[in-house]
Design a protein. Structure first.
Ligand code: AMP
Length: 113
């Protein structure tokens, strides 16, 4: 599998603003923030998109959710944030290495118009 942009960030080959890191995940600031707080919660395992995850990824998927909560507490987001996963190019995914967007500080209008 070719190295993704996020693999390069995980390997510290390219810089990023790292907010949190553990053995299974890394959390960085999005380079093009869509809200006052816009973080990307990224597994160190390269899973291209949510729909390519399988049974063996159960633990890491749960871990990413709990990391979101942990980071929200570190940043004192007062239990107020949105988690978004874009799955597939037609749904707006541009980096094919699974990631959760965590947005806070802005009311999002709900997607279906
Ligand atoms: P998605 O469109 O869901 O695949 O999200 C990819 C996100 O990665 C976008 O919100 C980009 O702004 C963000 N992004 C792209 N390059 C970088 C980078 N070098 N550092 C941090 N975030 C990035």
């Amino acid at each position: 599998m070719t190295e993704t942009l996020f693999d390069k960030i995980i390997n510290k080959d390219i810089p990023a603003d790292i907010i949190y890191e553990d053995e299974k995940s890394i959390v960085i600031k999005d380079i093009n923030p869509q809200a006052p707080i816009h973080l990307l919660i990224i597994p160190k395992k390269t899973i291209p998109m949510l729909s390519s995850a399988d049974e063996e990824d159960k633990e890491i998927l749960g871990h990413l959710m709990l990391v979101a909560v942990k980071v929200s507490k570190i940043l004192k987001l007062d239990n107020t944030f949105n988690i978004i996963i874009n799955n597939g190019a037609n749904a707006g995914q541009t980096v094919f290495h699974l990631h959760l967007h965590l947005l806070s500080g802005k009311s999002l209008s709900w997607l279906p118009a």
